[in-house]
Design a protein around this ligand. Structure first.
Ligand code: PFF
Length: 441
């Protein structure tokens, strides 16, 4: 139970409520959502199971675990570089994640002050635009969020975290259902539903498929060793399949609910689904502004979302800190402070991407866009290929069967997915998206 709570805390976060709707909106809805779901179940879940079983077998930080198992399974300790890639991915992701988490913290204050009451779409968008345009304010919220994260990681995680998740996830679900009720009554629910679930494959590009794959990794916190780090604490007798299944379902339900809340609001207010990273902040305040007790619900909602972001942020920072501590290089508190300050400084690049440096664009856009793209769409899927190959090809059958509770039918399906479907699928999508594979027709 404690394990499921910790992993759920890491998985459920901004990825579900902020990122999923805006990416789905930018990629045209229906077909993207379908591909996303396929990625979650056919690639995400088996990779998550692999990370947990590797973590439990190694029982160390991801870098040391990969080195140890690499040798134990007759390969090489160079697999430690995979752990290293995860440490780096965690640092980079948290640098911009903390900025968006800072937005949600700032929105707690805005909500409580009642500014959304009776607001029009124009006013809500203008409020968001003004807010992210003010780099000092955004920088301050990012700083507050990082300070809170460093504080918990420095003291060592566990107990408080489980309690927080135990309360937060159900509370978040209740609020999502209240919002769903509102969006059903908005009169445009059917349109939102159709946008999300009517696939139009003509609009699907390989870039969108890669975005769906990257989002599956991001939302499940896989491909970077974070789940491996939690797996190290899992008791022998716990079922890895059961635990992963629970986390994947809870995570998917929350993302789908977020979409079902947001898209009807988008259509009811004449907004653009491809609005971008501001989508949630341009839509939800409209609902809160019109419902009875809106300021109250809005405040609670942004508190819960900040909490959800916080429990994820801890998972993002943990691999780097655990690794430094095991190097006997620093105490836990010193390691947390060092890693935290580095992340904070990198994060300033994302803070400025919405104001001072908004016009400074290269490759995929602003600094924020690039850090997001490189981590979610490149580093996590490649980490996923390596994890799948390790669990499917390097580890012997006996080792993995032992961890997964015998070589039954489910085991065979899992093995098929990690040996063939995940690595081949990910590499194929990857090469297609960068244009390295020719068209067949
Ligand atoms: N899964 C988190 C979310 O959906 O918000 C983000 C995340 C947390 C990614 C922890 C990776 C990680 F290690």
């Amino acid at each position: 139970m404690a394990f499921v709570l910790a992993v759920t805390g890491s998985a459920v976060g901004l990825g579900n409520i902020w990122k999923f709707p805006y990416i789905a909106g930018q990629n045209g809805g229906g077909a993207f959502v379908l591909v996303y779901l396929l990625c979650v179940f056919l690639v995400g879940m088996p990779v998550m199971m692999s990370e947990i079983l590797i973590g439990r077998r190694g029982r160390r930080n991801p870098v040391a675990t990969m080195a140890l198992l690499g040798q134990e399974e007759g390969s090489s300790s160079n697999w430690k570089w995979l752990g290293g890639l995860g440490v780096l991915a965690g640092i980079l992701i948290l640098s911009y994640y903390s900025v968006v988490a800072g937005w949600t913290v700032a929105y707690i204050v805005k909500s409580a002050s009642g500014v959304f009451a009776g607001a029009t779409p124009e006013r809500v968008s203008a409020q968001f635009g003004e807010f992210v345009g003010n780099w000092r304010l955004v920088g301050l919220s990012h700083t507050v969020f990082m300070a809170l994260t460093i504080f918990v990681v420095a003291r060592g995680v566990e107990r408080g975290l489980e309690q927080a998740v135990r309360f937060m996830v159900p509370a978040l679900l209740v609020l999502m259902f209240i919002l769903l009720g509102y969006s059903i009554s908005s009169g445009h629910f059917g349109e939102g539903l159709a946008f999300m679930f009517t696939p139009d494959f003509d609009r699907l590009t390989w870039d969108s498929v890669l975005a769906a794959l990257g989002q599956a990794f991001f939302t499940l916190s896989i491909g970077m060793g974070a789940i491996m780090a939690y797996g190290a604490y899992l008791p022998e007798e716990t079922s890895i399949t059961g635990a992963s299944g629970t986390v994947v379902i809870v995570d998917t339900v929350i993302a789908m609910l977020a979409g079902l809340v947001i898209f009807p609001l988008v259509f009811a207010n004449g907004l653009d689904p491809a609005d971008g990273p501001g989508l949630v902040f341009d839509t939800l305040p409209l609902a809160f502004g019109q419902m009875a007790g809106g300021a109250f619900f809005a405040t609670i909602f942004f508190v819960l979302l900040s909490f959800a972001a916080w429990t994820s942020a801890i998972g993002l920072m943990e691999p780097a800190v655990a690794w430094l501590v095991e190097q006997k290089f620093r105490t836990r508190a010193q390691a947390a402070l060092m890693v935290g300050i580095l992340i904070w400084a990198l994060g300033m690049g994302s803070v400025l991407s919405f104001n001072v440096l908004a016009e400074f664009k290269f490759y995929k856009g602003t600094i924020f866009d690039n850090v997001d793209h490189i981590t979610s769409n490149i580093m996590l899927p490649l980490g996923g290929v390596a994890i799948a190959v390790f669990a499917g090809w390097i580890m012997c059958r006996n080792s993995t069967a032992e961890e997964l509770g015998g070589a039954g039918r489910l085991y065979k399906i899992w093995r098929l997915l990690v040996r063939f479907v995940a690595p081949v699928g990910i590499l194929f999508v990857f090469l297609k998206a960068v244009g390295l594979l020719p068209e067949l027709s």
